[in-house]
Design a protein. Sequence first.
Length: 200
Amino acid sequence: MPFQFKPCSLSNGIKIKDLYEIQPKIFDDSRGYFLETYSEREFFAAGLTMRFVQDNQSKSTKGVLRGLHFQTEYPQGKLIRTISGRVYDVVVDLRKGSQTFGKYFGVILDSEKQNMLYIPQGFAHGFLVLSDFAISNYKCTDFYNPKSEGGLMWNDPAIGIDWKSVAPDIEPLLSEKDGKHPAFNLTGNYFDINGKWLGN
């Protein structure tokens, strides 16, 4: 099987609905390597029946923190991988009614390991670059819509993302826009359990 699909869980063992870390099988030898990065047949067989409509790519230097981003009326599911370097990739569940609403999950995406993260609709997403630079690629289930942009404060104490445990010597570098995202209101409405925008 060319992929392993691992459901993601909180530290207490509670699974986060529809969030998966995916490990492709790597065929390597002295000449280099080969791997499949996506197969509709294999993903559909695993229950991941999303349709991707847009591919994005970013390059960032060490310490850059992008996020935490989401789209409101046009929510995006994303298949994230790092094709060069290492990042600490973080998502926050914004689906009201979810067992893990308001909780975060983080995983290191490493171009050597070639692991990926599938993020369903209804999550905020961001990452911190751990290597000298990183190139990240992600497939999206809906198109970018600037009028639908949303964001959360990267260091909101209500969420409590522990960036320092992964990168104790890195001082995050944020864009002006990312530095102004609002705090998360645990009593507010965001998305429903299926990732549809409810408002706040």
